[in-house]
Design a binder for this molecule. Sequence first.
Ligand code: FAD
Length: 311
Amino acid sequence: MNSGSKALFYALSRSSSLKRLASKYGMSSTDSFARRFIAGETIDEAIQAARVLQTRGLLITLDYLGESVRTIEEAAAATREYGRLIDVIVSSGIERNISLKLTQLGVDVDRATCVDNLRRILDPAQRHGFFVRIDMENSPYTQVTLDVFETLWQQEYRNLGVALQSCLYRTEKDVRRMNELGARVRLVKGAYKEPGAVAHQKKKDVDAAFLDLTRLLLDEGTYPAIATHDEALLGAIRGYAEQRGIPNDRFEFQMLYGIRRDLQSSLMRTGHPMRIYVPFGRQWFPYFMRRLGERPANVAFVVRGILRERS
Ligand SMILES: Cc1cc2nc3c(=O)[nH]c(=O)nc-3n(C[C@H](O)[C@H](O)[C@H](O)COP(=O)(O)OP(=O)(O)OC[C@H]3O[C@@H](n4cnc5c(N)ncnc54)[C@H](O)[C@@H]3O)c2cc1C
């Protein structure tokens, strides 16, 4: 992770011509380049990908891609799509676990509408025994995301958890609050370029904070999800859990679809619950660009894919 490349890829993710080019080639056939990170554009493709992962012994969470909607109608459409996703997951028999973003449900347009939309998802989700995770977006949304989370938590929606980012200075306080509530946290490093006023700028500081916060979650939290592909950190975390006598079933690891599949399988084989975040949908471009920004070496793989498809 490099903060310069995150900024560059963020800027590129706003380019409409790049988006057109990527959209044309990225998912057009079964081996197109974006398919490494995105399970497909339809619910059926996502269910199929989830089944394959489950057959390998992995847990899953499905994410219907979309963010930054600008109108109430778009937010309502995303909410309906999540409702449909819940129905399809129930009838397919795969694990009942979904992830979503508040800017997809209209938090930028009207916060009360966003809360209503989330409730429209949580009601059927709760009835059918789903767990719902709110992803964390960039820092202008941290407080509102946690406020919306707490509003619903206080209304007894307990099938709900949130993601927190180790890059932000404020996160220790947020972890302590979630631990106090007994809420389930997914800890991540943070995928967005953040200013120095609110976030660590050096990778080593983000990593050190990740380890400290994981310890706090393992010691005092409720079934935390430790979401990283960082092998050194994962080794240190496993060592800590072992030393403290924390059993494997008290927490889970999480990784992204298509990233470090070797490590996903090897950790699972050592008896650790391992959940894969499976994104799908037509709005895959910003998610895809964040994955490129985390590892610029991925660009070579994309360029090879485009050249192959054009020839
Ligand atoms: C399940 C899950 C949910 C997430 N949810 C959120 C969220 O809600 N909000 C948020 O801000 N971020 C989220 N993220 C992203 C996260 O913040 C990081 O940007 C991302 O996980 C990369 O950081 P890392 O911990 O893997 O460590 P890094 O130090 O970035 O990477 C460690 C190693 O992992 C591998 N790797 C990492 N990224 C890639 C990649 N893109 N392509 C290929 N290899 C790679 C490489 O081998 C690298 O050396 C999520 C991540 C996961 C795993």
